[in-house]
Design a protein. Structure first.
Length: 265
């Protein structure tokens, strides 16, 4: 079950801190923000280059990388299956949750997540670090060949044949097809219900308490099987994070999400 760390506790955290900041509007912004200032000692993971594979005709805008490639990326930051990790972003957990899901799926110790993100830490008044230091690489651990808990379009169809509840984590306007700023086709996968990923945190990036999370899910909380998707398999991880907070560990992520599904139309 996830553990959220308050900003005041960061100084006493003895593990590796990972900066996951990213912008879908500007793929360079997160790394540039890291260079301008980050929590001292934090290492950077880039959604597009570290947490995704190359984009193809199908697979979505942020396809999951090969499991061994991601394990090697983490090893390059000094992370193996014995490393405690703290993740943060500045986007209400969207990118930190993607890293959380990936690490947990591959058997790493479940990362902790900074409540309130980078802004909460900056509000303490501590000086950010601007130097980016290299880290000695270590040997990558063995990981599964496939991503546990991730499904593709064909597997999604099979799960829907088992009456799976399919949850679209995008904003309501995108779900309804009224506004599509990123993908070439608007709309949603037939049969999906909508529960936007922003529902699970407040505007300052603090996760809701368990009572509020249960209220968000309502009578769908115990639905099984359940598959969650978004635009490209990123913000849907916030929904999965909320379910993990409530004890659900059996939820599927449609990795390619809408950007994969609509590529077949």
């Amino acid at each position: 079950m996830p553990q959220f760390l308050d900003a005041a506790e960061v100084k006493s955290f003895a593990g590796v801190v990972i900066d996951c900041r990213f912008s879908l509007a500007d793929a360079n912004a997160g790394r540039e923000d890291h260079g301008r200032g980050h929590i001292p000692g934090a290492r950077y993971l880039d959604l597009a280059t570290d947490m995704s594979a190359a984009v193809g005709v199908h697979g979505g805008r942020h396809p999951l990388p090969a499991t061994h490639v991601f394990a090697q990326t983490l090893a390059g930051l000094g992370i193996d299956h014995s490393t405690e990790v703290l993740l943060y972003d500045d986007s209400r957990f969207a990118f930190a949750a993607r890293c959380w899901w990936m690490m947990r799926a591959l058997g790493y110790p479940e990362p902790r997540i900074l409540s309130g993100g980078y802004a909460a830490w900056r509000a303490l008044g501590d000086a950010p670090e601007t130097t980016v230091s290299s880290v000695p690489a270590i040997e990558a651990p063995c990981v599964p060949e496939e991503w546990p808990g991730a499904c593709d379009k064909e597997q999604l169809a099979a799960l829907q044949g088992q009456s799976a509840v399919l949850v679209d984590a995008r904003e309501a306007q995108r779900y309804r097809g009224e506004h599509e700023p990123i993908d070439p086709v608007a709309g949603h996968i037939p049969g999906a219900i909508n529960l936007p990923w922003q529902s699970f945190s407040n505007e300052v990036g603090e996760f809701l308490d368990h009572e509020a999370l249960r209220a968000c899910w309502g009578d769908k909380l115990d639905a099984s099987p359940m598959v969650v998707y978004c635009g490209s398999g990123v913000s849907a991880c916030v929904n999965i994070l909320s379910l993990a907070e409530l004890g659900r560990e059996d939820v599927w992520l449609y990795g390619g999400s809408w950007s994969d599904w609509c590529s077949y139309l």
